[in-house]
Design a protein around this ligand. Structure first.
Ligand SMILES: [Zn+2]
Length: 202
């Protein structure tokens, strides 16, 4: 009979096709794994040796190599690392710009009046800046004086106290706006200015 041999022949052809299909699929996946690995490692490191190692690992071991690679690869992508660096820099800039003592760069809290490190007054500068932003305004009072060390004896310590009283003489605000030390022959000039803002226009 010729039928069984013909049937066997056909089965053989179908099997060959199936094997060829699976082989092609496997090769495609193998290459796909390698390409994916190459792209992934490239986004995580600039080390060309690491690129080669990862691709060779996946080409040699296929899915197992890919699994190994996923376990061993760097946690963060370069883009994530770059983003984090930018964030940290922005945070640092914010801290140093907005909350650092202008004199010694010590980080301070917004409500502090005096820098604990160098005794530089902090709120005074912020208040006068806020006042200069308001328009229109005029300078109602300006007092200036210089304190000079007598050049003998020990160091002097000074504190600048600002007191505001109302029309009945009651104190409504009292702040130590600055303290410091004065060594022999040193001098400090103190300027007090009261700027009056007139938001109504007059
Ligand atoms: Zn300071």
């Amino acid at each position: 009979m010729s039928l069984p041999s013909e049937l066997l022949n056909q089965i053989g052809v179908v099997l060959e096709l199936v094997v060829a299909f699976f082989t092609a699929t496997l090769v495609a996946f193998w290459i796909g794994f390698a390409v994916w690995t190459f792209r992934d490692i490239r986004s995580r490191t600039r080390d060309i040796f690491a690129w080669l190692l990862a691709v060779i690992l996946v080409l040699a071991l296929g899915p197992l190599g890919l699994l190994l690679y996923l376990l061993l690869r760097a946690k963060d992508t370069l883009a994530a690392v770059y983003d984090r660096q930018l964030e940290e820099e922005a945070l640092l800039r914010e801290i140093t710009e907005r909350r650092a003592c202008p004199n010694c760069q010590t980080v301070t809290e917004p409500e502090w009046l005096i820098c604990p490190q160098c005794r530089h007054h902090l709120q005074f500068g912020a208040a006068s800046k806020a006042a200069s932003d308001a328009t229109p305004k005029f300078s109602a009072l300006n007092v200036e004086g210089t304190l000079r060390h007598a050049a003998r004896g020990g160091d002097w310590e000074y504190s600048v106290v600002l007191s505001i009283r109302n029309e009945r003489g009651e104190e409504i605000s009292r702040q130590v706006v600055g303290v410091g030390a004065l060594r022999s022959t040193e001098a400090r000039t103190f300027t007090l200015s009261v700027d009056v803002a007139t938001p109504g226009g007059r």
